[in-house]
Design a binder for this molecule. Sequence first.
Ligand code: FAD
Ligand code: NAD
Length: 455
Amino acid sequence: MTMKFDAIVIGSGQAGTPLVFKLAGEGMKVAFIEKEHLGGTCLNVGCTPTKTYVASARRMYDALNGEALGVFIPKGAKVDLLKVKERKDKLIQKSVDGIAKGLDSEKNITFYKGEAKFVSSKTITINGKTLEADKIFINVGARPLIPEPFQGLDYLTNQSILELDKLPEHLAIIGGSYIGLEFGQMFRRFGSQVTIVEKADRIISREDEDVSAEIQKVMEKEGVEFRLEAECIGAKKDKDGSFRVKVDCEKGEPEFHASHLLLAVGRIPNTDLLNLEATGVEVNKKGYIQVNDELETNIPGIYALGDCNGKGAFTHTSYNDFEIVSTNLFENGKRKLSDRILTYALFVDPPLGRAGISLKDAKEKGLNVLVGYKKMEEVARAREKGETDGFMRVIVDAESNKILGATVLGVGGDEIISGILNVMYADAPYTVIRDSVQVHPTVSELIPTLLEDLE
Ligand SMILES: Cc1cc2nc3c(=O)[nH]c(=O)nc-3n(C[C@H](O)[C@H](O)[C@H](O)COP(=O)(O)OP(=O)(O)OC[C@H]3O[C@@H](n4cnc5c(N)ncnc54)[C@H](O)[C@@H]3O)c2cc1C
Ligand SMILES: NC(=O)c1ccc[n+]([C@@H]2O[C@H](COP(=O)([O-])OP(=O)(O)OC[C@H]3O[C@@H](n4cnc5c(N)ncnc54)[C@H](O)[C@@H]3O)[C@@H](O)[C@H]2O)c1
């Protein structure tokens, strides 16, 4: 028998979860399907646990680096990974329980635990049942990419590394991008030896070259080893249980030993699990579902939100997808994907805050831009804190005076970037910040000064 609903939401990610409550609140009967964790990647195996670990790692760093500020902390500080994990598990559980309680008390939502598959553009199957709805919202997220040479090995992913209760002696991380760098710095701070293997000639090669160089410098100072221009082509387990990691490289050893191996070589969308062929929904070569400016696919009534549409890869972009769909469906709104300005942070320490285009993007597009740049060393508050690594850069359109992009790599960079982003959303000229008065002493106070000196 087919069960009829007004809407079906597949995946309890950062868009699906708020959407299901909104749909139900509007009086629709909704089926909500999740195959693994309630709350999705961000809450269970992404942002929340990693930023919880980053906080513990920072405490450890402070305990070991007091002397420069005249604070002598007796030796012996150590990390108990089990306790770090328990703290993380508790934080997650509280949020998961909150979602579960919300579901229990909403009579319009029927929750199904299991993997949904399409039968047609209006029907899906779940645990042997068939559900039908005129509106179907796909929010299935992404999973770690596991290249062929690593299949069958007991490697770690962003999920399993967060289940360890003992510190790895030597953690080899394959991939020097967002996931690799955040885990790399935190495990080094916890006390592991860390080697990051990256096939490109620099880490986070989507960023400007000076960003890659500065983050590498900071992490090397803390003892993280980098193998650049080194493609990991596989690994073997030795009898003692350690890994022999093989790299294709011109410089350095083609093999090294590590106790643990973390794969952080990219993510793939979970769209291959959905039997989308039954619907005619278009996906691109990488498996991302193609959507229009309002997140609808080529099949009317089917929407794709979050990482699986390839339009963003962050929690805030996924949540914004929810806002677009929700406003347009229920509030007569006209919100569009194309109104969104790119922004994100990389939570290494000091953090990288980014908004809009990079200098590399500006050059590639041949844009006529003015650039303001200051090193963190020039910021009084950064000197007072003893945290002078990094720099800030703001890119301005030479004709319109509008801000096109910004990079704040330095203490507070993840928060400071919002001030610049807000002016970009206001579509105001850079002179608004240049002529503003900021609190002294803050890192933000140098941004008006930086904007006085555009080149
Ligand atoms: C280690 C790590 C750290 C991160 N840190 C940050 C950060 O600091 N800031 C940030 O903005 N972003 C961060 N991200 C990215 C962020 O987690 C994702 O962008 C965000 O979770 C995207 O959410 P989503 O809505 O696309 O779906 P997800 O949160 O991925 O949820 C999708 C859900 O769908 C379920 N599902 C899949 N297929 C099916 C199916 N067929 N049937 C039923 N259910 C299904 C999955 O089990 C999953 O629970 C991080 C990611 C990782 C991996
Ligand atoms: N702070 C944040 O917002 C945050 C944090 C973590 C993750 N994320 C999300 O996670 C995703 C990034 O995932 P990621 O870091 O795994 O992937 P990525 O795609 O960003 O980078 C993969 C890296 O691995 C390298 N690589 C690939 N194969 C290799 C090989 N065989 N040997 C050596 N290097 C190899 C690539 O050159 C690349 O630098 C993004 O979607 C991002 O949005 C976000």
